[in-house]
Design a protein around this ligand. Structure first.
Ligand code: GTB
Length: 216
């Protein structure tokens, strides 16, 4: 069945792979599923037609026959549940990999998103410096805990899983701040993710789309 996802027509990150369609593209590449992409402008995302697919008027969405999904984590989970390659067969290992998916989105991502909010939306506030310091402290604590757990392992729990896929995409958003460099094992972990052929294919596809939109 044809799979169609949505993505930014012109991604604000200029194709650096930080928008959340990247997670979905990467998951689809890992399991070898072809997909189409419908590109949306910011205004099209807020139109009723797209809101039928996504109540919050965002990307990514996922359509497969009459199934429509939103939320990148739920989409990656759906892909992982229906195709081999992203979740272990063993029931307990599978449950642990799913736990890491939730940990990535529910525990590690929120403080990292706070940093983006502080930098891009609160930079002109008189309390900005104080807030920034607090946000950075929270990130250091949380990411430090993750670093301790990973130790010198390649992946979070045995083989690469959807938990790693989401965690790597979450940590990638920290790269530009320089804070990831404080954790060499996580820097190497992210680089391992980026060096996977499926990641590279997904990255190239979204970059090519950005370039095509910029020249049109
Ligand atoms: N929880 C949802 C999910 O995981 O799918 C969050 C979806 C979401 O935030 N989507 C963003 C969006 O549609 C795009 S990814 N924003 C438009 C809107 O809300 O109107 C977030 C994002 C945007 C830009 C960059 N960047 O430029 O680096 C990175 C990530």
């Amino acid at each position: 069945m044809t799979i169609t996802i949505t993505a930014f027509e012109r991604s604000p990150d200029r194709g650096k792979g930080l928008a959340r369609d990247m997670r979905v593209r990467w998951a689809l590449e890992e399991v070898g599923q072809p997909y189409n992409v419908r590109f949306l402008s910011f205004s099209a995302m807020k139109e009723p037609a797209h809101r039928t697919l996504h109540p919050f008027g965002q990307i990514p969405t996922y359509e497969e026959g009459d199934l429509v999904l939103f939320e990148s984590g739920a989409i990656v989970f759906h892909i992982a549940e229906h195709h081999a390659g992203l979740l272990p067969d063993d029931a307990k290992a599978r449950a642990r990999a799913i736990t890491w998916m939730f940990a990535a989105l529910g525990t590690v991502e929120p403080p990292i998103l706070d940093l983006q909010v502080a930098k891009f939306l609160e930079g002109d506030k008189p309390w900005y410096e104080q807030r920034l310091a607090l946000v950075q402290e929270r990130i250091r604590r949380r990411v430090g805990e993750l670093s301790n757990r990973l130790g010198d392992a390649n992946w979070l729990d045995g083989e690469f899983s959807a938990g790693d896929l989401l965690m790597v995409t979450v940590l990638l958003r920290l790269k530009v701040s320089g804070m990831l460099d404080e954790f060499p094992n996580l820097t190497a972990y992210v680089a391992r993710g980026e060096s996977r052929p499926a990641y590279k294919r997904a990255f190239e596809a979204q970059l090519a789309a950005f370039k095509a939109a910029s020249t049109s």
